[in-house]
Ligand binder design. Structure first.
Ligand code: NAD
Length: 476
């Protein structure tokens, strides 16, 4: 265990049964813009997990009986607590994740859309039949104790994406944030105790082994997971033992196809940010760009022009729009894919500036003269690098875009958005966007097909994933 060199922050604790707890074990959290530990937080033991699960089961017995409207009042109170503490929470997200302060604040603001949407959603039972012979209705009952396991790119948003619909549906939740970014989620757990009864929301920080313990714990009824494909598969396998429900939001290698009729001057900026938002650390970022061969020079020029404007640096620095890669392992992955592409003859036609000194920095990088079969194209870099491929035949481009085991998002870029829907329909992905990529919000379902996931988050479909169907059938 590394020892933190500085602790400028009040150390947030685990939240178990409405109270804060430390632990004999700790997790050292690194600031990715310095590559130095900045805080050490408690790491939950397996005994503390048992304690939290027991508290959750007690809380569930009463929370499930609270009328929907009152649970929604509580969720709106959650939103108020988040709003009242936005500066502190944004600072923590910036520090642990690396993103600029304004973007960290944006992440927290975005999470409040969950509150607005699920805080007012109606969930009346569906009446299938109601006549003189009988009545059949379908109700959506809460599942029970949900384990939320989250990732480090949008740590706060991922937690809110899970807890808001889960609690509104009448479940209770124990969240385990990523060991790379546990701080803001732990603080959220502490703060939310003023808005929620004890045991309804608990937060346990810990490493992968704590996540594994969630997936086999007999007292946890569902796992809602955001993270990588291999971990998603491990969770699904482990959950089968107790037949837990699972929702899996996994990775992607999203393709974007630029049609002949698109105008580089019009779409250039949006195309760039589709790939480079959050320094490319977005599950549904644009990760393979297909442009018509005849237009390669034009698109290279507009993308390089946007890339040249990007100032990479620490989140506190004025004018910085992109932070570091969040952790050393991810940086090594991005470097491996870049080195492999370079040694296979790829043209690195734009490579931006990065700060001198320590930190997990990788330059904003645009690459062409690449094709499928190259690791940079086939795998998920999850960092600030975009491979640009060319095509001469649209059917061929669609086939190549679909030739992957992933299926999270995809996009089509054009001057004729309505006509492009025909192309959109042929792309194998959970979301296909036209002239934008990605758009993820509370009111719209989001999830992957193929190996990019199972189930969706967001919308009525997302909240129903936190419920079991119960049919009440009356014979008259
Ligand atoms: P990861 O799968 O390694 O870790 C994510 C979480 O799972 C962490 O909290 C970790 O401690 C926990 N974990 C690890 N092993 C576990 C196990 N066996 N059982 C239970 N929990 C376990 O993810 P990562 O590689 O750090 O994150 C990057 C990946 O996440 C990328 O592939 C990215 O595309 C994906 N992602 C997907 C979405 C989405 O909504 N689809 C959003 C963000 C990131």
């Amino acid at each position: 265990m590394t020892t933190a060199t500085t602790t400028d922050y009040k150390v947030p604790q685990l939240t178990i049964d409405g109270t804060t707890q430390g632990s004999a074990e700790t997790l050292s959290v690194i600031d990715p813009s310095t590559a130095q530990p900045f805080i050490e937080v408690p790491s939950a033991t397996l005994d503390q997990l048992d304690e939290a699960v027991a508290a959750a089961r007690r809380a569930f017995a009463s929370w499930r009986l609270v009328p929907l409207g009152e649970r929604q009042d509580a969720i709106r109170a959650v939103g108020e607590v988040v709003k009242a503490n936005i500066d502190e929470l944004a600072e923590l997200v910036m520090r642990e994740q690396g993103k600029p302060l304004g973007n960290a604040k944006g992440e927290i603001m975005a999470s409040l859309r969950q509150v607005d949407f699920f805080g007012t959603l109606e969930m009346d039972p569906e009446v299938i039949k109601d006549d003189e012979t009988g009545r059949v209705e379908v109700r959506h009952d809460p599942i029970g104790v949900v384990g939320g396991i989250t990732v480090w790119n949008y740590p706060f948003l991922a937690a809110m994406f899970k807890l808001v619909p889960a609690l509104v549906a009448g479940n209770v939740m124990i969240i385990k944030p990523s060991p790379y970014t546990p701080v803001a989620t732990l603080r959220l757990g502490e703060l939310l105790q003023e808005a929620l009864p004890p045991g309804v929301l608990q937060v346990l920080a810990g490493g992968d082994e704590l996540g594994r313990a969630f997936t086999t714990h007999p007292g946890i009824d569902k796992i809602s997971f955001t993270g990588s494909v291999p971990t998603g598969k491990a969770i699904m396998a482990a959950a089968s033992e107790t037949l837990k429900r699972v929702t899996l939001e996994l990775g992607g290698t999203d393709a974007g196809i630029v049609l002949e009729d698109a105008d580089p001057a019009v779409i250039g900026k949006d195309l760039f940010w589709a790939a480079f938002s959050n320094s490319g650390q977005v599950c549904a970022a644009l990760k393979r760009l297909y442009v018509p061969e005849s237009k390669l020079e034009e698109y290279s020029a507009v993308l390089a022009e946007e890339a040249a404007k990007v100032v990479v640096g620490p989140g506190t620095q004025e004018g910085v729009v992109a932070g570091p890669v969040q952790n050393a392992a991810q940086l090594a992955q991005v470097k491996r894919l870049a080195d492999d592409a370079r040694s296979n003859g790829a043209d690195f036609f734009f490579e931006g500036e990065i700060p001198d000194g320590p930190g997990y920095w990788f330059p904003t990088t645009l690459v062409r003269n690449v094709a499928e079969g190259l690791a940079l194209v086939d795998e998920e870099p999850f960092g600030p690098i975009l491979p640009i491929l060319t095509y001469t035949d649209l059917d061929d481009a669609i086939e190549r875009a679909n030739a992957t085991s992933y299926g999270l998002g995809a996009s089509v870029w054009t001057s004729d958005p309505d006509a492009a829907v025909e192309v959109a329909e042929r792309l194998e992905a959970g979301s296909v966007w036209v002239n934008q990529h990605p758009v993820v919000t509370a009111s719209v379902p989001f999830g992957g097909v193929k190996q990019s996931g199972l189930g969706v988050e967001g919308s009525r479909y997302g909240i129903l994933a936190y419920t079991n169907i119960r049919v009440i059938s009356v014979k008259r």
